[in-house]
Design a protein around this ligand. Structure first.
Ligand code: NAD
Ligand code: WQD
Length: 337
């Protein structure tokens, strides 16, 4: 199959490209490079020994998107392009709505005109808001707490309406829990711009000596050790979830949603200790106040993905820490460095 990855130069996109290429699929990438580097795609080519067709295009540019569909015979699209920083989305809501929703609408219009109606969307566990029950099942109540989360919820609703209006669309939205880790080659990994917002990239930079200490955002949650609990998923497992989704698009028409998570919760302190095992040294931290908008506990019920897509997470948080540390220590300046 020839698969177009929008946002394919980013963290999840590059790992997905590797798994698709290694499974024998062709990969075309569209990315504006607003939050990534072309070097990441060269590394994908190095890992796989195969070529990636790259177009530096913004998904909101309808004419350029049309050009990509004219140049390539695309069978399916995985739409990863978008902005993802929660705090930034609160400060710049219009920029987030414009980019994330315009990109989706332009992509779907272009696909429709080209007669390509097989689509996988990067959604997020953020659509569950503060969950009433864990593990979270796909038909749990949806709610959001910030503009970024709204863009994911609205994207899913747009795709519901599209699939209802035209049953020739086959769409899967994947609700990722917390992706971490890096490719085991150490050649690609997460490369956050500026101060990392997320736990594991921050810990990795503490381990590398780029940040002084981790701030643990609250130890008074109703959890076993008082710190927040999440479902951390190795990015290679997540990448393979996309492969499974693409392979199953043909099974049922309509729009379906699946959780991609491990089903296991890990606390902030457990995550920190796992990283310490990977580096072999103690990492400094201070407990500070809670981060506004944070929830106590969030982890997936991944049964539906296992049943329908034949996918389940195989790797552990320790595997992810080992691979993240290999990436971080081998590439201290990220792709630009
Ligand atoms: P990322 O920032 O590394 O990758 C996103 C890519 O999209 C970047 O390469 C960026 O340059 C590109 N991009 C952004 N807007 C674009 C546009 N208009 N046109 C073309 N390219 C554009 O992020 P990621 O972690 O790889 O996330 C990929 C997707 O998964 C995003 O949609 C994100 O919201 C979603 N997601 C991520 C997480 C996470 O924790 N990483 C969790 C749940 C969902
Ligand atoms: C995990 C835990 C923090 C940083 C966010 C988005 C979500 C999704 C993934 C895309 C929490 C604690 C963190 C730090 C800390 N993205 N923490 N010190 O909050 O689950 O999810 O990223 O869809 O939408 O909201 O992930 O990695 O930021 O935090 O103590 O410096 O680590 O309080 O308990 P989160 P995270």
């Amino acid at each position: 199959m020839n698969v177009l990855l929008t946002g394919g130069a980013g963290y999840i996109g590059t790992h997905t490209a590797v798994e698709l290429l290694q499974a024998g699929h062709g990969v075309v990438v569209v990315d504006s490079l607003v939050n990534s580097h072309e070097e990441a795609l060269r590394r994908v080519e190095r890992i796989t020994g195969r070529e990636v067709a790259f177009h530096r295009v913004d998904c909101t540019d309808a004419e350029a998107m049309r050009g990509v569909f004219e140049r390539h015979d695309i069978d399916a699209v995985i739409h990863l392009a978008g902005f993802k920083a929660v705090g930034e989305s609160v400060e710049q809501p219009l920029r987030y709505y414009r980019n994330n929703l315009d990109a989706l609408l332009t992509l779907c219009e272009t696909m429709d005109a080209a007669g390509v109606r097989d689509l996988v969307l990067s959604s997020s566990a953020t659509v569950y808001g503060d969950p009433r029950r864990v593990p979270i099942v796909e038909d749990a109540e949806l709610s959001t707490t910030n503009p970024y989360g709204n863009t994911k919820l609205f994207a899913e609703r747009i795709l519901d309406d599209l699939a209802t209006a035209d049953p020739s669309w086959r769409i899967i939205s994947l609700r990722y829990f917390n992706p971490i880790g890096a490719h085991p080659s150490g050649l690609i990994g997460e490369d956050p711009q500026g101060v990392p917002n997320n736990l594991f990239p921050y810990i990795a930079q503490v381990a590398a000596g780029r940040r002084e200490r981790l701030s643990v955002y609250g130890d008074d949650y109703d959890t076993p050790d008082g710190t927040g609990v999440r479902d951390y998923l190795h990015v290679v497992d997540l990448a393979n979830g996309h492969l499974a989704a693409v392979d199953h698009l043909a099974d049922t028409p309509g729009h379906r949603v699946y959780n991609l998570g491990t089903g296991q919760g890990t606390s902030v302190m457990e995550g920190l200790h796992a990283f310490e095992r990977a580096t072999g040294s103690a990492l400094p931290y201070t407990v500070t106040g809670r981060r506004p908008g944070d929830i106590a506990v969030c982890y997936a019920d991944p049964t539906a993905a296992s049943r329908d897509l034949g996918w389940k997470a195989e790797l552990t948080v320790d595997d992810a820490c080992r691979d993240a540390w290999r990436w971080q220590s081998g590439n201290p300046g990220g792709f630009a460095g």
